[in-house]
Design a protein around this ligand. Structure first.
Ligand code: ZN
Length: 492
């Protein structure tokens, strides 16, 4: 009898375990996220910075995202953004120029540059099939400067190489195949992802390469050049899982095939510009504020936030009487670096004399994004801003000023600063005392990097901190801000 009762319970329990649970309704939010990001209450001594308003700055992020979407909707549905040399570039340069003029900056103008031939993918499609089954890999995004296919496309056997470690590649024939690898390097958009997997696969004769970026969802992600000589793409996780399953299920039979078509124009004779504006000060010394104007997709964080921060700083300091501004502030909306040419940056690098009396150079780049948490196979939104990587190149005094400003406005940072400045300022960081913060999150360079993930509180915090850094630096002589030893050419 006892054993019968036990059996009964065991069966019932087994049934419980197997009964599929009805999907639960998601919980209803108890607050409006946009209004409920964790903020910072200003001390009486910092009230002067309260006029820097996060919601006001966020409108500038929205404006720039709208420029990107206009370009997309005007006949560029796949490769879009505020891309150098395009009408979106010209429109955002005009937009910034108008902002500078409205604020009342002096010497507002565009400095034009001739771009080298620009890689402009016109259209592409990727689909996989085996037997009657077809899979459109809609999230495929060609890595920057990847070569095109012949006009009719290519039809290749598909192979899945897992994480593409040496061990997983050993003994596998990749010649002439479309090779898919999986990467949990969530933040990489580079040739270096998964310790150089692109190269390992390319060296073994692959005819096309796909990275499946393990960020939940099916996001489109724009990679920088990955150094391969065959068409190379990133793929969203949903598409990536589907193609891996298709390859796995076909084992023992004919392998799935991938049809890839990618048309690219190399477009000569395009132009871009640096947008200049100056707020004259009481001496011949200056502070230089840069923000790169280009970006992929809506580019809300990269670099909508940086440009918004720069405009916010111009607005703040324009309200202070000239005789109270020790140094001129020069604002530069640079052409950017996503296309690799970095023409504004190159010009600055070649004009070291421009920085001869620069007390501080601030690069405004990816200044605020929401902390997204990757948990249990999905991405959860939060009501806080991410911690930022940061760089300070200057005297100990400059370091103190920067840290104090972060502390005053609740700017969360990585525990240790970076050795060099990543991004736009990397080329000329050593030409003056310099500093920056940068965020690169899960959605960086993707079609999910929208204004929705930009917290106004984060924009306010960093812009206030930069304003305080400028104000505090203006109480210090130039020589006391510079790096201790003459460090041109050193690592810092
Ligand atoms: Zn950037």
């Amino acid at each position: 009898m006892l054993s019968r009762v036990l059996t009964f319970f065991l069966v019932v329990c087994a049934l419980c375990a197997q009964t599929p649970r009805t999907p639960q309704e998601p919980m209803k939010p108890l607050y409006v996220l946009e209004d409920s990001y964790v903020g910072w209450r200003l001390l009486p001594s910092e009230q002067a910075y309260a006029t820097i308003d996060g919601k006001h700055l966020k409108q500038y992020v929205e404006d720039q995202a709208a420029i990107s979407r206009r370009y997309r909707d005007n006949g560029h549905p796949q490769f879009w953004g505020r891309i150098s040399g395009t009408e979106a570039d010209a429109e955002n340069a005009r937009w910034l120029e108008e902002k500078f003029q409205k604020i009342g900056l002096a010497e507002v103008h565009q400095q034009s540059f001739d771009l080298p031939e620009q890689w402009m993918p016109q259209s592409w499609s990727v689909s996989a099939s085996v037997g009657p089954k077809t899979l459109d890999l809609v999230s495929a995004q060609p890595a920057y400067r990847t070569p095109p296919t012949p006009p009719d496309g290519v039809d290749l056997e598909a192979i899945d190489v897992g994480l593409a470690t040496e061990g997983e590649l050993a003994g596998r024939d990749l010649k002439g195949k479309a090779v898919f690898f999986y990467s949990t390097d969530y933040f990489s958009r580079h040739s270096t992802i998964s310790n150089g997997a692109w190269k390992r696969i390319g060296d073994r004769g692959a005819a096309a390469i796909f990275v499946i970026l393990a960020v939940p969802g099916n996001i489109k992600t724009q990679f920088y050049p990955v150094g391969t000589s065959v068409p190379s793409f990133s793929l969203g996780l949903q598409d990536g899982i589907a193609i891996r399953e298709m390859i796995n299920q076909a084992r023992g039979g004919p392998a799935p095939h991938v049809k890839i078509r990618l048309a690219v124009n190399m477009v000569p004779n395009l132009k871009t510009s640096t947008v200049w504006g100056t707020l004259p000060g009481a001496s011949d010394e200056n502070i230089v504020i840069v923000a790169h104007r280009d970006g992929w997709f809506e580019g809300a964080n990269d670099n909508g936030t940086g440009v918004a921060t720069m405009v916010g700083l111009a607005e703040f300091f324009a309200k202070i009487p000239k005789d109270q501004r020790r140094r001129s502030i020069i604002f530069l909306g640079t052409s950017g670096h996503h296309d690799g040419s970095a023409l504004s940056g190159r010009w600055l690098t070649e004009h070291k004399e421009f920085f001869a009396k620069t007390a501080l150079l601030i690069n405004c780049e990816h200044t605020a994004a929401e902390q997204l948490v990757l948990a249990n196979g999905s991405i959860r939104k939060t009501n806080t801003t991410t911690a930022l990587t940061w760089y300070v190149g200057g005297s100990a005094k400059l370091g103190e000023i920067v840290v104090k400003a972060f502390d005053s406005f609740g700017v969360a940072t990585y525990a240790i600063p970076e050795r060099t400045a990543a991004g736009e300022m990397g080329r000329y960081q050593n030409l003056a005392p310099s500093m920056q913060v940068i965020d690169t999150g899960l959605y960086w360079h993707s079609d999910h990097e929208t204004p929705e993930i930009i917290p106004p509180t984060g924009l306010a915090a960093i812009t206030r901190a930069y304003a305080k850094i400028i104000a505090d630096v203006n109480r210090v002589d130039l020589k006391d801000l510079q790096r201790p030893a003459v460090s041109t050419g050193s690592a810092r």
